[in-house]
Write a protein that binds this ligand. Structure first.
Ligand SMILES: Nc1ncnc2c1ncn2[C@@H]1O[C@H](COP(=O)(O)OP(=O)(O)OP(=O)(O)O)[C@@H](O)[C@H]1O
Ligand SMILES: [Mg+2]
Length: 279
């Protein structure tokens, strides 16, 4: 297979509900620092797009604007034609955009199942309060959501951990719980910020396989921030490379890996984009 051939999942994954995500000349300034400088990228429906770049390049900032946590200084973000830049995070989630965080953000004392139920909160009609009050409609609805939580847990391979407090699970499993929680929102596009960071080789391969299944089985679009170039080359249809807030390259993984500007940006990072602390 040539390095630029489309991934076999691409055709299967084309999903009528997966909207196009268009980021157009997005700029974000913090006091004195331009974290994103007129960055544009498009995530095609049902595709897996990777956003890569050395430490501090602006990848998480980009996610934070897409999900409504940070405000853009200028530029636009459109999901299926809807402008997102002025919307609050819960409105963006309601449009079908879910995300995971670079640092695990689970409720450590709650069971895995309850963490996943929180992920479904926007989908509940009666809210879990009425379930707590033992209203029949609420109880039925809660059961329906618990069933779906179990299905998603099985899909992601964490069903045996449903009753365990999330904080007691090994790190690699917690990363999977985060993925499952984002899927519990029934998203049409999923943003994953370093889903295999801190994992060992076997866990990385297993997570890559899961992401392929998510994409093929659920027909989502995925935007992935990742340092691991092998993982990106294995999974992504398109790659956008940031360096110091600017887009320095974009295209299929094989072409991007050969791009001289990308090679230059990754020099001195040990090839994995992680700049040493001392520089
Ligand atoms: N809330 C903030 N206030 C001020 N500066 C910020 C804020 N968030 C991010 N930055 C700065 O913006 C730049 C981009 O940071 P960002 O976290 O987006 O990088 P990144 O590409 O995700 O890096 P990493 O690979 O280390 O996760 C950095 O210089 C960072 O210090
Ligand atoms: Mg980051």
């Amino acid at each position: 297979m040539s390095a630029t051939a489309p991934h076999p999942e691409a055709a299967e994954a084309a999903h009528p509900d997966a909207p196009e995500l268009v980021v157009d000349r997005l700029t974000v300034r913090f006091a004195g620092l331009t974290a994103l400088d007129e960055v544009s990228l498009t995530v095609a429906p049902g595709s897996l797009h990777a956003l890569i770049g050395p430490n501090g390049a602006g990848k998480s900032t980009c996610f934070n604007v897409l999900s409504g946590v940070y405000r853009a200084t200028s530029g636009s973000v459109r999901l299926g034609g809807t402008e997102l830049t002025s919307l609050a995070p819960h409105r963006i989630a309601a449009l079908g955009m879910a995300r995971t965080f670079q640092n695990i953000a689970l409720s450590g004392r709650l069971s895995t199942a309850d963490n996943l139920m929180l992920g479904r909160h926007r989908l509940t009609r009666t809210g879990f309060v009425s379930a707590g009050l033992r209203l029949p409609g609420g109880r039925r609805e809660e059961r329906r959501h618990r069933d779906r939580v179990r299905e998603i847990a099985e899909f992601v391979g964490i069903e045996e951990h449903l009753a365990t407090p999330a904080g007691l699970l090994p790190y690699g499993v917690q990363k999977r719980v985060e993925l499952a929680r984002a899927l519990c929102l029934e998203p049409r596009i999923l943003l994953l910020d370093e889903p295999v960071a801190g994992m060992n080789g076997a866990e990385r391969l297993a997570m890559a396989a899961t992401l392929r299944q998510v994409r093929a089985g659920l027909g989502l679009s995925l935007l992935l921030v990742e340092h691991d170039m092998d993982m990106v080359a294995r999974l992504a249809d398109e790659v956008t490379v940031l360096d110091f807030g600017r887009r320095i390259a974009s295209g299929p993984p094989a072409a991007v890996q050969r791009d001289p500007e990308v090679i230059r940006a990754y020099l001195g990072t040990g090839g994995n984009g992680e700049r040493s602390e001392s520089t």
